[in-house]
Design a protein around this ligand. Structure first.
Ligand SMILES: [Zn+2]
Length: 214
């Protein structure tokens, strides 16, 4: 599995640390693509640390690309200030070798899952609810997918979505999961088997140190 083109869907609490980790990993990326429909908001600045107050109102993909190019001028980044939707998902996924699911909606997660399965493109799922984060890499045709593992995704009901929004995503948990997702992409890029292929990593920050892989 040679990975040269990485697609990051979502540039929030997961996507920002994933993007940063990929950029740090070196100049060898042939292409990074970032997709997010939202502008930078003031509330993003504290935990999505690449954004500055002057970026408020600018599309996240533009602010993130500017940040990247200033620090890692060799990285080639393609940006789409749009939401991943049924109408564009197949085309976007088909243009990439590995996908990082850094979204925060069950619908987007299922869309990424189903599109990647159809395209036989590996991807890494990431999710954070409250103080708990999870990550899992799906290799189509080889490992279980998100629908196999979560009969309903962990955040797929009104109450939990509500509680997640009220509680806010805990920055360090999202940061750790986003970095792990980048690590999975880097392993794929090095033609290594991602560590979380068919395995769920759970990081529970609510008690004494608890990282579990099952
Ligand atoms: Zn499945």
């Amino acid at each position: 599995m040679a990975t040269e083109r990485i697609l990051i869907v979502g540039l929030g609490g997961l996507g920002v640390p994933a993007l940063w980790a990929l950029a740090r990993a070196g100049a060898q990326w042939k292409r990074l693509t970032i997709v997010d429909p939202d502008p930078v908001e003031l509330s993003n600045l504290a935990r999505q640390v690449i954004y500055r107050s002057r970026d408020t109102g600018t599309p996240k993909v533009e602010a993130a690309a500017r940040w990247l190019v200033e620090r890692f001028p060799e990285v080639n980044v393609e940006r789409h200030p749009i939401a991943l939707e049924a109408s564009n998902a197949a085309r976007l996924v088909a243009a990439h070798d590995f996908v990082i699911d850094a979204t925060d909606s069950p619908a987007a997660k299922f869309l990424i899952n189903d599109t990647c399965i159809a395209a036989r493109t590996p991807f890494v799922y990431g999710g954070v609810v409250g103080m708990t984060g999870q990550a899992m890499t799906v290799i189509p045709g080889e490992t279980a997918c998100i629908r196999c593992v979560f009969e309903t995704p962990p955040d797929d009901n009104e109450n939990e979505i509500q509680s997640c929004r009220e509680a806010g995503i805990v920055g360090p948990v999202a940061g750790a999961i986003g970095e792990m997702q980048a690590e999975e992409a880097i392993r794929a890029w090095r033609a290594q088997t991602p560590l979380l292929s068919g395995k769920i990593l759970t990081y529970d920050a609510s008690g004494p140190a608890r990282v579990r892989i099952a």
